[in-house]
Design a protein around this ligand. Structure first.
Ligand code: SF4
Length: 473
């Protein structure tokens, strides 16, 4: 039976403040998020503390990524040559539309109408499942959390745990109600015990693995020197997708490159500890080109990445290895949840990556650089030392601002530019302080709704200093 495709999309969502306000009112969501993020962040902290050279590993990760990004063109061509020499086919996609067109064609060539998928942020970014559905092809997610999102006609809300906003009871309901429409139904006596839920998913997916001839994946890393792709995962579903089907199509962002196998050593220590809080993830799959009985196609995706690369401050976002450590420590993410960011990339990394990849023309994308307290917790945990607050501030400077705000900032700049102007302004404010309202009028009220205006003193510090000679009279 063909499953119903839910009309779920991030497109057209309101700006972050409106989404966040709705989310913080959902106490169940806040409870689920707090419990899950605190558990993962504590696990991460304990395994990171075990490594005395963590700071040096982090620095090495940053330097390898920066070197690769500086020489991206050279390494991409080296990768293409190596993949082709190993019997694979390389396709270049400038944007989401082109990538979707290539993948759809590659699936259609096989005559198949079903594909299995390994969890992949890149394919979510380009809306591949929706594009395939339009062409009559059904994509079956095989990662447990992605399966929950797909069966529930839902949207992902976390990079690593896309169904983090769901409780066990909700997952049981989704399995009982929706699994049958997508294949093998859940057992009627299903409980919300994690083992029972995992077993229901395992049985449901196994039939799909054995019968599907085309698989679509992303990759955590690509090694330029050998043309090898690397996928890290926890459940083994990826290994099944990567090995069983006759045609494997991998859609990978061009920034996922590493020059050599030696470089991978650094990231094999950084990524599992930062993402799941494990010393090592249970499954690491690597493959180079075509293998016996399997054709391999690699779609290299730009979709705005070269534009990000041209930005001196913003380009550091391309170092991201999608570990999600920054989400798990972010006080804004913990309360607002992932859907509020209106993108497959939520949390601090989403707040800097989405506006750079999509631009800031929509109210939602223009609001994302403000979805942060700038506390810096994200920077502290990032395994590749992305200075997220620095990028946020830079993006805020470029975001569209209301005319009244622009005028206000220009006026403030004029006053602050000269000490004598500042002194006159302080004296005037002291004289008029009785007339300053507690709550600002018009659009400025948004600021005073949540903050108290500071008391304006009758005498400024500067005048007090002059009058008392620095407090000596
Ligand atoms: S920005 Fe850093 S901490 Fe956040 S997902 Fe990317 S690599 Fe991980």
């Amino acid at each position: 039976m063909r499953p119903a495709t839910g009309p779920v999309t991030f497109l057209g969502m309101p700006a972050f403040p409106a989404n966040a306000a709705a989310a913080v009112g959902n106490s169940q969501l806040r409870f689920n998020l707090r419990k899950a993020t605190h558990t993962i962040r504590e696990k991460r902290a304990s395994v990171v503390d075990e490594l005395p050279d963590w700071a040096r590993l982090r620095q090495a990760g940053k330097q390898i990524k920066d070197h690769t990004l500086r020489n991206l063109e050279r390494y991409l061509l080296q990768l293409e040559e190596a993949v082709t020499a190993a019997g694979g086919h390389v396709h270049w996609a400038a944007d989401a539309r082109e990538a979707n067109r290539i993948v759809t064609r590659l699936v259609k060539e096989t005559g198949e109408s079903d594909v299995v998928k390994v969890k992949s942020m890149a394919t979510q970014e380009i809306g591949l499942n929706e594009a395939l559905a339009e062409a009559g092809i059904t994509a079956y997610e095989t990662d447990l959390a992605e399966l929950i999102v797909q069966l529930g006609d839902d949207l992902p809300s976390h990079i690593l745990v896309p169904a983090i906003h769901r409780s066990r009871a909700e997952i049981r309901e989704i399995f009982l109600e929706r699994m049958a429409a997508w294949g093998r139904p859940a057992p009627e006596e299903l409980t919300d015990d994690p083992r029972a839920l995992a077993e229901a998913a395992r049985r449901h997916l196994r039939e799909r693995f054995l019968s599907t001839k085309v698989a679509i994946s992303g990759a955590n890393f690509m090694i330029a020197e050998t043309g090898t792709l690397v996928v890290l995962e926890s459940e083994g579903n990826g290994r099944m997708c990567l090995t069983l089907p006759e045609r494997l199509i991998s859609v990978v962002g061009i920034e996922k490159l590493l020059p050599t196998w030696r470089d991978l050593e650094v990231f094999m220590q950084l990524l599992p500890r930062s993402s799941t809080g494990e010393r090592m993830n249970p499954y690491t799959s690597t493959w180079t080109g075509a293998t016996e009985g399997q054709e391999f196609h690699l779609v290299l995706l730009d979709n705005g990445r070269t534009r990000v690369l041209a930005d001196e401050v913003g380009r550091q976002a391309l170092r991201c290895i999608r570990c999600s450590a920054c989400l798990n420590v972010c006080p804004v993410y913990e309360r607002a949840g992932g859907h509020a960011y209106g993108s497959v990339y939520p949390g601090p990394i989403g707040a800097i990556l989405t506006p750079q990849l999509r631009g800031m023309s929509s109210p939602l994308d223009a609001s994302l650089p403000y979805a942060s307290t700038l506390c810096g917790a994200c920077f502290d945990v990032c395994p590749v030392a992305i200075d997220i607050p620095e990028v946020l501030v830079s993006l805020r400077g470029r975001a569209p601002h209301p005319r009244a705000e622009r005028f206000g900032m220009r006026a403030a700049g004029w006053v602050l530019d000269r000490p004598e102007r500042m002194a006159r302004a302080e004296r005037m404010a002291g004289r008029l302080r009785r007339f300053v309202p507690r709550r600002m009028p018009g659009p400025l009220s948004a600021w005073t709704d949540t903050r108290d205006l500071p008391e304006i003193p009758a005498e400024s510090f500067r005048d007090w200093w002059l009058r008392t000679d620095g407090g000596s009279r």
